[in-house]
Design a protein around this ligand. Sequence first.
Ligand code: COS
Length: 379
Amino acid sequence: MDFELDDTQQEWKEKARAFGEAVVKPVVDEVEREGKFSTDLWIKLKEEGLAAVPIPAEYGGAGADHISYVNVIEELSKVSASLGGGLSVHTTLCTQTILTFGNEEQKKKYLPPLASGDVIGAFALTEAQAGTDAAAMESTAVLDGDEYVLNGAKYFITHATIAGVFIIIVITDKEKGTKGMSAFIVDGETPGLKIGKIFDKMGIRSVEHAEIIMEDCRVPKENLLGNEGDGFKIAMITLDSGRIGIASQALGIAQASLEASIQYAKERVQFGKPIAALQAIQWMIADMTVKVDSARWLTYHAASLEDKGARFSKEAAMAKLAASAAAVEVSRMAIQVHGGYGYMTDLPIERYYRDAKITEIYEGTSEVQRMVISRSVLR
Ligand code: COS
């Protein structure tokens, strides 16, 4: 098994890296401080052709493979975990879900504007009382003539404040449990779809998370994704893929933390020599390197399985579990290497640590990943 990037994959990586360095880096501190989504950055990102890397060209995407895509998310997340994570939600949880489960009419209507980035996508599964236990949701849809009427509320929804298209999972038949849930494509402008609480967060501050409220939100019945009852499986399969995106985001945070630490260790002089000459620092750098590389190979492996069309639930869960743990641990160690300077907001190191934590929580907590892995191997 060989994970050397081929020329095309390397080009995507370098394109994203160059974009991150030239366009994102100069403004990232400011947008993170403001804590608001940057439309300006998104416009530049879509103009660079980064809004739909793994979506086929016939629907307006770049038609690249998932190894290229995870490298794009990683490179962007090295500079802005908000942008990298938000792009993953847009591309995987929304756009790719329509590609995978939509009929031809839905794909023709929704994919081109999502793929170009003119419209931003969101995905709504979580509710205030239904997080890890996604099946405990209460929101409903009832068919009334040619429309489904959606009622309820969804929590912590990435891009809720700016999305033009939502994938929303609700109950259509309570008696049937997970087989009584359905997925809908909902236009952001649909009457009855409202924004509730906008959340203030510890990290990833420039990608917005909010509550959406559905009050007699009428959705044309042709916007049902798949069949009635497919919603839970659509959500689970979507999240398998999304978890590779979050693993890539985490990998970006970990890689940035490692690179900054290596550079600082070579420059910072204490006791008359660079701290890189001290064994305490060398061992930290060694441990950080092992964590980053382990996370990288698991993430690439999961992405390669997705490209092959094989089932990859376990591998995506392993990638996310390992990469998120690496992001938290390596960013924590990066602060330690940097000492007092790492704790101050002049450097991005403290931001890496704040941003890293969410990767152990969203798109399935680390405990959910362990459930998925153990169910798979103990079956
Ligand atoms: N791919 C395909 N089908 C899947 C699947 C997957 N990855 N995961 C589950 N399913 C299917 C199961 O096979 C089962 O189908 P059958 O009834 O036909 O056998 C059905 O879905 C129900 O699965 P299960 O019994 O495992 O459901 P649980 O309620 O026990 O939930 C977990 C399992 C905890 C794994 C699931 O609820 C989960 O992933 N929760 C976390 C949700 C999450 O990530 N939230 C973040 C929101 S987005 S920020």
